[in-house]
Design a protein around this ligand. Structure first.
Ligand code: NDP
Length: 449
């Protein structure tokens, strides 16, 4: 398999995140390929690692000073074997094809795990929404979508949000979609509830993450009561993870953004969480403003990414990295383990480095990969698509119950697949194997295309 990984690296130079995601899957599905020769015969892994389509386009827009700005937009349509491509759009200066290919590859497995008919995709732009005015964000979204619409559609490819793309950006893009297509179809998910969106979509990724963790704890006859929880990020996923931890009796004590983190030893309660939501979603402020409002908390600047992050050196029972890829390195994992961490649930996509994962698995920490534990967002997007197709809408309780059922299903599938192939209790291996088999069998059934 190492020759194969070298081939992938040489065919995709300068894309370390994609290599990392590929390596993890290649290693864990090896026993499946050994046992079932059809997957090697049909070159399934080779095909899965090559995007069906990678679209790159220019996005030109005018800023508030009437200056022309140029960004790069992308859509990666990774794998459409089990349904229309589905995956978020990320607006962040770090966006380039390697990041989107890693995200689209992970998304293919994640979507398969949900049990819904959704293929894998991802897209975005190297646009930085930070510091931009409302009008600039709107003009950018409109220009971006005017090109993207050529490649997407409600039975073709259905984008959603991701870092830098929330309800506001989806709204501007959906407006453009309607104007250019003259159709009110569910071409994007994460829409507002009054105009085709699903109740609970906003909450779904964070809530789903904590439901998944609840299932993991239950395997040890344990629950969230009084568990101290570390959460990174302060965006959509982090906010709703904190909220659900509170519902289940846990005690979240941290939140962060790309500048630093806050530590509130007394716990972030519902009132403090409402402050964070308003600060980040409406005022678009920085997390350090939390300590001005709640002086019992402390603020700490973020260190360089190759150094240990003090956030992960706080004594706690559960940790939920919900910011971005590779935010938790080997040293952080060592600190967590030394401090007695019991569970690490990935809310972000690939927030642990490969070395960090190895360390926590070796130390018998309950660990769930993002492609399993953050699948609640895309699952609820799938439920939004179904509601758009049928025109009949579910209540919050109905969506929440489906979400709980889907997260339990993914949890159990991961454990079952892991056990079948000799990786008892390893959720990462189980997620890769269960997702792989579902997509691989569909690819074989559909022939060499
Ligand atoms: P948001 O944009 O709402 O929030 C992102 C958060 O992460 C912000 O607090 C941001 O801080 C922080 N962050 C972003 N980049 C960095 C960085 N380089 N270093 C440190 N902190 C950073 O995004 P989401 O909450 O939607 O997404 C968070 C993660 O969850 C991503 O990995 C995403 O792919 C994943 N995810 C999201 C889903 C969803 O439904 N939204 C579904 C499944 C996965 P700042 O404000 O400073 O930028």
């Amino acid at each position: 398999m190492s020759d194969f990984l070298e081939l992938i690296k040489s065919r995709n130079p300068g894309e370390p995140e994609f290599h990392q995601a590929a390596e993890e899957v290649i290693e864990t599905v090896a026993p499946v390929l050994d046992k079932q020769s059809k997957y090697r015969k049909h070159k399934i892994l080779e095909r899965m690692l090559e995007p069906e389509r990678l679209i790159s386009f220019r996005v030109t827009w005018m800023d508030d000073n009437n200056e022309v700005q140029v960004n790069r937009g992308y859509r990666v349509q990774m794998n459409g074997a089990i349904g229309p491509y589905k995956g978020g759009l990320r607006f962040h200066p770090s966006v380039y094809p390697g990041i989107l290919k890693f995200l689209a590859f992970e998304q293919t497995f994640k979507n398969a795990l949900t049990g819904l008919p959704l293929g894998g995709g991802k897209g975005g732009a190297d646009f930085n929404p930070k510091g931009k005015t409302e009008e600039e964000v709107m003009r950018f979204c409109q220009s971006f979508y005017a090109e993207l619409i050529k490649y997407v559609g409600h039975r073709i490819d259905v984008p959603a949000g991701d870092i830098g793309v929330g309800g506001r950006e989806i709204g501007y893009m959906f407006g453009m979609h309607k104007k250019l297509s003259s159709q009110f179809t569910g071409a994007l998910t994460g829409k507002g509830v009054g105009w085709g969106g699903s109740l609970m979509r906003t909450e779904a990724t964070g809530y789903g993450l904590v439901y998944f963790a609840q299932n993991m704890l239950a395997t040890k006859d344990d629950d969230f009561k009084n568990k101290i929880c570390l959460v990174s990020g302060s965006g959509n996923v982090a906010q709703h993870a904190i909220e659900k931890i509170l519902h289940l009796g846990g005690k979240p004590v941290t939140a962060s953004d790309s500048s630093g983190f806050i530590y509130d030893e007394e716990g972030i309660d519902h009132k403090k969480l409402a402050f964070i939501k308003d600060l980040k979603n409406n005022k678009r402020g920085r997390i350090k403003e939390y300590v001005q409002k709640y002086p019992s908390a402390t603020y700490h600047d973020t260190k360089r990414s190759d150094e240990a992050n003090a956030l992960w050196n706080i004594e706690a029972q559960c940790a939920f990295p919900c910011a971005t890829q590779n935010e938790l390195n080997r040293k952080d994992a060592e600190n967590l383990v030394t401090n007695g961490i019991q569970l690490i649930g990935e809310g972000a996509n690939m927030p642990l480095t490969a070395e960090a994962i190895e360390h926590v698995i070796d130390n018998d920490v309950l660990y769930s990969p993002g492609k399993a534990s953050n699948a609640g967002g895309v699952a609820t997007s799938g439920i939004e698509m179904m509601q758009n197709y049928t025109g009949s809408y579910l209540t919050s309780e109905e969506v929440d119950n489906r979400l709980k059922g889907i997260m339990k299903g993914i949890h159990d599938d991961c454990l079952r697949a892991a056990e079948t192939y000799g990786f008892q209790g390893n959720y990462m291996a189980g997620a890769n194997i269960a997702g792989f088999i579902k997509v691989a069998d569909a690819m074989i059934a559909q022939g060499i295309i």
